[in-house]
Design a protein around this ligand. Sequence first.
Ligand SMILES: *Cc1c(COP(=O)(O)O)cnc(C)c1O
Length: 396
Amino acid sequence: MAQSALFPTYSRYPINLVKGHGSWLWDDQGNRYLDFMSGLAVTNLGHAPEKVKQKVKEQLDELWHVSNLFQIPQQEQAAQLLTEVSCADAVFFCNSGAEANEAAIKLARRYHQKIKGVDRYEVITFEQSFHGRTLATLTATGQQKVKDGFLPLPAGFKTVPLYDMDALQEAIGPHTAAIMIEMIQAEGGVYPVEPEFVQELSKLCQAQGLLLIIDEVQTGMGRTGSWFAHQQYGIEPDIFTVAKGIASGLPAGAMLAKDYLREAFSPGSHASTFGGNPVAAASVIATLETMKEENTPQKAAEAGAYLVERLKAALDGQPFVKDIRGMGLLIGIECAEPVAELVAAGQKNKLLFVTAGPNVIRLLPNLHVSHEEIDQAVDTLAAIITTHTSKEEAKL
Ligand SMILES: *Cc1c(COP(=O)(O)O)cnc(C)c1O
């Protein structure tokens, strides 16, 4: 095959997917796959959800793009809907998770420097976290592998071990502006953060005048069984970020904050050419309206409980499986060994899923997945794991 004209930033699977509907994808050979990765927690309503498709088509017939220098009623409505299902009062639209986190970091700095008049700019994050690939967000990310070869990194970030309150207290200084955390370290291996720690963190931020930023890029939009994962932790962040599932597959992201942070961004202080454009905003509106009508977060909670119950029953007594954990439909299966071969075996058996670190299988079906589809995925997965372990035993 001729050399690709693309940068080799991805090691791509040898599959060419050409069509999607609900939980199913088809390749150019006519093979049908059960999709338990959802484009990495993006197609939360399944592929080509009818209402979103209609609304986006209608918008495409009217107007594609207009500058944020004009009124954009679709963007107003999308923001309104997001504030109705969360503790946030103000929304900034962008196009991705990394950009949403950039906006959060910029807002935190600007709030302290312009509203409070203090020299606070530093953001503290946690080891094993993931916050994106821009220079600021990869610096915030608590994983060395994303930083390799990109020195020097921007100043103003510190990373401490999760759950280490002493290290955190020590890291907080006169220049600390915010603490940023995911409720589930998803890329880091699907580790839900302990509620007591999150609650302590929230109190600490309030006591010390620091902003709590929650990265909900993967956990948000119903994925974990509530609109946003932090709603299950009994806390309210000052700022949180969303992207992946927000527009059912169109590129969109958002940074959301409490009312007292609104004035920290004045006209000209932050911007995005495409952010919240009419087509993206129409998709956000239709995604949120569908989720409300269908009670999607509740559905994700129920389907997630069923999936975990079925996994536990099917994989019980498998020494290869060390742990099954997660929230809603963000589920990790920690294994005794690397699982890359299992991903390939899944694809051979027409089941698509991803990893989260070398040893963890990550399951991310769409939030309207049926019990029959869950049964089928669990049966396939159990068969793959059994075959894999007996092959490994034969090698000994
Ligand atoms: C995917 C992800 C990001 C980055 O989002 P992009 O849209 O790829 O920039 C940031 N934070 C978390 C928790 C993510 O899962």
